[in-house]
Design a protein around this ligand. Structure first.
Ligand SMILES: [Zn+2]
Ligand SMILES: [Zn+2]
Length: 342
């Protein structure tokens, strides 16, 4: 009898540890090789999945998302699937994923604005078949995504940004004085649906691939977003985005680049984030192979080090407690660090 008990004990402990820790808000950065896939699971177990990687014959990205959603997060369905915009690195993996796991509501910025053909057009056609009128919600700035226990406010969508400051935002004169603009961006990127998520004192910002001039609208003359704790570096850290007047005003404490081995994670954006007042840490989904060591974070804080062909698709996880403490963990090496939201 005693021997049997001893044999089962580790299994029982293991089962308890495997179950998602209660009362934390969990955010997973799933590696989709230079696309985006951010899974948010609330303390109540509701889920918001933001973007879905690429469409591929082998369903690599949909499978990676499915693995994390079911095995790590213990989900049986995705409550809200938000497509920030209709580019192939964001919406491509959604139809395959929808065959693997049920999806509640489909959220987006409104209809695709680009007229081109090819994979983007095919993805848009597939999206319309999937997101039927009763299950599709197009968001406007100021809308809320109704997850219980957290507050998720849409701050940009379809080229519009939230009209008045929230979250203690206000005048941003010093940073707006010399603020630069870039050429107007007529693409889907500028239409990205982005949101600010608050959980107690913790705040997380995900703006999809929102481009420079829209970031500027969020920052000048008023910083409409206040200060945040965790930033998903916009547009994978490509230099079409990353306006300093915006990043230095929101003052992220921790920044995560969802870059690919050869996409995003540009040195200029890395420098902008690194110089941001109050920044404590930078994490990356991939080492930026085209950048030097000074423009990459430390190896333990990088989920994937190899080129895409060898990449195993390790993820990063942010687990937020109700007291504002949050821990970032690298699934490749188990390395983690805890921060306290300000
Ligand atoms: Zn993208
Ligand atoms: Zn990878």
């Amino acid at each position: 009898m005693r021997r049997i008990l001893l044999f089962w004990l580790p299994l029982m402990v293991g089962a308890v540890l495997l179950r998602a820790a209660p009362n934390t808000l969990d955010i997973y950065y799933i590696d989709v090789e230079g696309g985006a896939a951010t899974l948010i699971v609330t303390p109540a177990g509701e889920s918001l999945l933001v973007d879905f990687g690429w469409r591929r014959a082998d369903n690599r990205d949909a499978k990676r998302i499915y693995e994390v959603a079911t095995r790590q997060a213990g989900l049986k369905k995705i409550d809200y699937a938000l497509t920030t915009h209709f580019h192939m690195d964001h919406v491509g993996g959604l139809p395959a994923l929808a065959k693997m796991i049920p999806i509640g509501k489909f959220l987006d910025h409104g209809d695709r604005v680009e007229a081109g053909g090819g994979a983007d057009a095919e993805n848009w056609a597939a999206y319309q078949k999937l997101a039927t009128p009763g299950e599709r919600v197009s968001l406007k700035p100021g809308d809320r995504i109704p997850l219980k226990g957290v507050d998720v406010v849409v701050v940009a969508s379809d080229g519009e940004v939230i009209p008045t400051p929230i979250n203690g935002g206000g005048p941003n004169e010093a940073l707006c004085k010399d603020a630069k603009l870039k050429e107007a961006d007529p693409t889907e990127n500028a239409r990205s649906a982005g949101f600010l998520l608050s959980f107690g004192t913790f705040q997380f910002l995900d703006l999809g691939d929102l481009t420079w001039n829209k970031e500027n609208e969020l920052a000048c003359p008023q910083n409409r977003l206040g200060k945040i704790d965790l930033l998903q570096v916009t547009h994978h850290g490509m230099d079409m985005s990353g306006a300093p007047q915006h990043i230095w005003a929101i003052r992220p404490q921790v920044a995560i680049f969802n870059n690919g081995p050869l996409k995003g994670g540009t040195s200029v954006v890395y420098d902008t984030v690194k110089k941001s007042p109050g920044i404590e840490a930078i994490w990356q989904v991939h080492r930026a192979l085209q950048a030097d060591q000074a423009h990459n974070t430390a190896e333990p804080m990088t989920a994937n080090l190899e080129p895409e062909a060898q990449c195993r698709g390790h993820w990063l996880k942010v687990s937020v407690e109700s007291d504002g403490k949050y821990t970032v963990t690298n699934s490749r090496n188990g390395f983690s660090k805890t921060y306290t939201a300000r």
